[in-house]
Design a protein around this ligand. Structure first.
Ligand code: ZN
Length: 125
C-alpha cells in the first residue's frame, strides 16, 4: 500500500517540529524557502536558555561565527546571573539584527511604492 504522506511531506513535518513552527522564516534576512535550509537558533547557548527562533543556514552560520570563543555554559560563581546577562546580551544582538531587517524591508517597500499603482485597502483583503 502506498504511503498517504510522501517522504518529502514527512521530512517537511520533521523540519517544522525541529524549527518549532509551520511557517519558518529567517528572522535575520526573511528567507522563507526550503525548511531543510533552516535552523532553530538559540538566542543564547542552549545550556543558558532554550528560547530561540528560525534562521537560514547562512545567517545562523554568520551568527555562530561571532560567538566563537564564548563559553557554552555558565563559568562564573553565579550561574543564574551569568545566564541572565548572556541571555540579555544575545537578545539585544538579535533585536539589532531584526531591527536592521525591518528597516531594510521598510525601505524596499517605500521604493516599491514609488513605482506601483495605488491599491485601495479593501482590494488588499
Ligand atoms: Zn537568513
Amino acid at each position: 500500500m502506498d504511503d498517504i504522506i510522501s517522504k518529502e511531506e514527512k521530512q517537511r513535518e520533521k523540519d517544522y517540529r525541529r524549527l518549532r513552527t509551520r511557517t519558518p522564516v529567517c528572522l535575520t534576512c526573511g528567507y522563507s524557502g526550503s525548511s531543510s535550509s533552516m535552523h532553530y537558533s538559540h538566542i543564547a547557548p542552549r545550556r543558558f536558555h532554550d528560547d530561540g527562533g528560525v534562521q537560514c543556514l547562512n545567517c545562523h552560520g554568520e551568527r555562530s561565527a561571532a560567538e566563537r570563543g564564548l563559553s557554552y555554559e555558565p563559568q562564573s560563581e553565579n550561574p543564574q546571573m551569568e545566564t541572565i546577562g548572556r541571555y540579555l546580551l544575545a537578545l539585544a544582538e538579535w533585536l539589532t539584527r531584526i531591527a536592521e531587517t525591518i528597516a531594510a524591508f521598510g525601505a524596499w517597500l517605500l521604493d516599491f511604492a514609488e513605482s506601483s499603482p495605488n491599491v485601495e485597502p479593501e482590494a488588499i483583503a
